[in-house]
Structures are given as structure tokens and as C-alpha cells.
Design a protein around this ligand. Structure first.
Ligand SMILES: NC(=O)c1ccc[n+]([C@@H]2O[C@H](COP(=O)([O-])OP(=O)(O)OC[C@H]3O[C@@H](n4cnc5c(N)ncnc54)[C@H](OP(=O)(O)O)[C@@H]3O)[C@@H](O)[C@H]2O)c1
Length: 339
């Protein structure tokens, strides 16, 4: 008899911040793999800010999740059955199988991982899409040089914690920005950033105190008031890595609000010869995954790279946890341990 699948569906499109009623949780029979597919039982689900975009119909770089469909997301788990060459029951895999316990995934969408190398959930964070995002964005756009000043917003989060630590490995002075004293203490004491500023305080004065010489690399995860404070402090030829603007994700479509702040005066881009470039990790990240994984495992092995996860128990709690992610309630990479 088929096992029971548990799924989280998109019931309706949120207006502003998502609420639990935007989701629906259903139980169904587990599916059977077709030719070329693998049946995966997920152990962990990654919750990520981009999912807010998939809930909306606004024009973006990826298609929205259809109403009534399973929410999109990456998981780490075990192969239960396979009709694809190269995969066998018992293989440990990571890939895009959605907010559900069982899923049939095309072999091309899966990465086989060695469970001896790192805990399974790490394949969704430090060794997963967020870690790859940090690595690719710095390699291609940030290009930190020894002695430069780097500022990282959402510094204790999945992407930010890796960005800042790579910045330190590359010899930069690294200043984090995070919400609250606990997160800031973690960023300096555990991750080894040179300083961390609480964005709820006087951000401009703190930036002047910690970066009197200005900023060479700014990693943008937040936008809004954080970006408005950092932007005028960029030095000539600075690189601003436009990774995300989470403060703006719940702003109603069509609103001219900018995450609580007016937009920066982009005239400085010309005057200071700034390079501002946005990127999506899926543009050219995944073909470089083996190189990324090798480098990261080296740094993790010799203790130069640490990571923190925020683990929520049970798939039924995923909607509430995701809502909290957009309010800064997570502390570290947010993953769901699927019951
Ligand atoms: N371009 C790409 O390919 C790509 C890939 C992955 C992620 N991203 C982007 O990278 C950013 C970070 O993602 P992540 O997965 O690492 O998430 P995360 O940092 O683990 O979690 C989100 C954090 O954002 C901060 N935040 C939320 N709302 C905020 C607000 N209104 N103002 C200021 N800070 C706020 C909170 O931290 P504090 O409590 O410290 O404020 C929260 O914990 C997001 O913008 C995401 O969209 C982009």
C-alpha cells in the first residue's frame, strides 16, 4: 500500500505579508516514479525568502506557483525508488522537490551527496543554495581584496553568515548588520566578523564609527532603510552585490514604499564609478557546484567556516515558520525537519 504523503499547497496569493490561510495542508497517497524519475522521501525542507516571490503573480525571473499546487522548495532526503540510471534506493540526495514528504523528481534535478561529509541539513544551507549564492556572488561581483572593507546585511542569516566569513578568509575587514543584540553577538563572537551593527539602532552613526574609511564591498540582502544608510558610504569603485531586498518582499504591489525608505540617489553610481550588479544563483551557479563544495568543505574541515541552523519540527509548521522568516524571527538558516 502506498505511503501517505503530506503536502503544503498554495491556497491563495498573499496581500502584503503572508498569513496561514494562504496555505493548505493535505494528505494524499505517495506518487509512483515515471521513467527517468526518482521517488524521494524528504527529511529536511529549506525555507527561503525567494518563496515569497513564487507566491505572487508579479513579473519575475521565475514562474509563480499555481494556486492549488505544492509550494516550491528544495529538500534533502533519501531515494525510496528509482526509475533513473545512476540513482538507487538508499542514496542520499538534495534537490527541488517542494514542501512535501514524498515527491517524484527528474534525475537532472537532484544532487547525490555523501552523508559522511556533513550533516544532511547542511546541504540546504551552508553547502546548499544559500552557501552557493554567497560564493558565486563574491567570486563574480563582490571580488573582495585583502584590506578592503566589506559590509554584509542580514549577516546572521543563511547567505550573510557565509558571505562575511569568506570575506574574512579573503582578508577583508567585515562589518555585519543584523537585527538585535543576540544575532550581533553571534556574528562577532562565533563567526569572527570584525563588528556587527544592530539595524534597529542608529545605523548611519554606527556605520561611520566602524567604517570611517568607507565601504568597498556591500552585500545587499535587505534594501529599504539599510540600503539607504549604506549607499552614501560606498567608496569610489565599490562593488554592491545585489542579492536580495527582503525588507521589500511584503510591500504591496504597486506601492511606492521602499521598505520604509526613499530610494537612494543613483547619481552616485556615475560619480563614484560604482558597479552595482544583481544576480540570481541559478544563472550560472549550479555548474560550479563541485568547485564550491570542495572549497567550502575545506574551510568547514579546518574550522574557518561555521554555520548555524534554525530547525523547525514538522512540515505542518512550515507556513508559520516561513511567515516568521519575512519578519526576522529565524536565527540562522531556516530548515524544517519533516516528521
Ligand atoms: N540572488 C539570489 O540568487 C539569492 C539566493 C538566495 C537568497 N537571496 C536573498 O538573500 C537574502 C537573504 O536570504 P537568506 O536565505 O540568507 O535569509 P536569512 O538571512 O536567513 O533570513 C532572512 C533575514 O532577513 C532579515 N530581515 C527580514 N525582514 C527584514 C526587514 N524588514 N528589514 C531588515 N532585515 C530583515 C532578518 O534578519 P535580521 O533579524 O538580522 O534583520 C531575517 O532573519 C534575501 O533577500 C534573499 O531573497 C538571493
Amino acid at each position: 500500500m502506498a505511503e501517505t504523503n503530506l503536502q503544503v499547497l498554495l491556497r491563495r496569493r498573499p496581500q502584503g505579508a503572508p498569513v496561514p490561510e494562504d496555505f493548505e495542508i493535505v494528505e494524499r497517497a505517495a506518487p509512483e516514479p515515471a521513467e527517468g524519475e526518482v521517488l524521494v522521501r524528504a527529511a529536511y525542507l529549506s525555507l527561503d525568502p525567494y518563496m515569497r516571490g513564487r507566491m505572487s503573480e508579479a513579473k519575475s525571473y521565475a514562474k509563480p506557483v499555481a494556486l492549488g499546487a505544492v509550494m516550491e522548495g528544495r529538500t534533502a532526503g533519501t531515494v525510496v525508488a528509482s526509475k533513473a540510471p545512476g540513482f538507487a534506493p538508499g542514496d542520499v540526495v538534495a534537490g527541488g522537490s517542494g514542501w512535501q514528504r514524498f515527491s517524484c523528481v527528474k534525475a537532472a534535478g537532484l544532487i547525490k551527496v555523501d552523508p559522511a561529509e556533513a550533516p544532511l541539513s547542511a546541504n540546504l544551507g551552508v553547502l546548499g543554495m544559500p552557501g552557493l549564492t554567497a560564493w558565486v556572488g563574491l567570486e563574480d561581483i563582490g571580488q573582495p581584496q585583502s584590506g578592503e572593507v566589506m559590509v554584509v546585511s542580514a549577516a546572521s542569516g543563511a547567505v550573510g553568515q557565509v558571505v562575511g566569513q569568506i570575506g574574512r578568509i579573503r582578508g577583508c575587514k567585515v562589518i555585519g548588520i543584523a537585527g538585535g543584540e543576540r544575532k550581533c553577538r553571534y556574528v562577532t563572537e562565533e563567526l569572527g566578523f570584525d563588528a556587527c551593527i544592530d539595524h534597529r539602532g542608529d545605523l548611519a552613526a554606527q556605520l561611520d564609527r566602524h567604517c570611517p574609511e568607507g565601504i568597498d564591498v556591500y552585500w545587499e540582502n535587505v534594501g529599504g532603510v539599510v540600503q539607504a544608510a549604506v549607499f552614501p558610504r560606498l567608496r569610489d569603485f565599490a562593488r554592491m552585490v545585489m542579492c536580495g531586498v527582503i525588507a521589500q518582499y511584503n510591500v504591496a504591489e504597486g506601492s511606492d514604499s521602499f521598505g520604509g525608505a526613499p530610494g537612494p540617489n543613483l547619481g552616485a553610481v556615475v560619480r563614484k564609478r560604482l558597479r552595482i550588479q544583481g544576480f540570481i544563483v541559478s544563472d550560472n551557479g549550479w555548474p560550479r557546484y563541485p568547485q564550491f563544495r570542495r572549497e567550502m568543505l575545506g574551510w568547514m574541515g579546518d574550522g574557518r567556516l561555521r554555520w548555524r541552523e534554525d530547525v523547525v519540527e514538522g512540515l505542518r509548521n512550515a507556513p508559520q515558520a516561513f511567515i516568521g522568516l519575512l519578519e526576522g524571527k529565524n536565527f540562522g538558516k531556516l530548515v524544517v525537519k519533516i516528521d
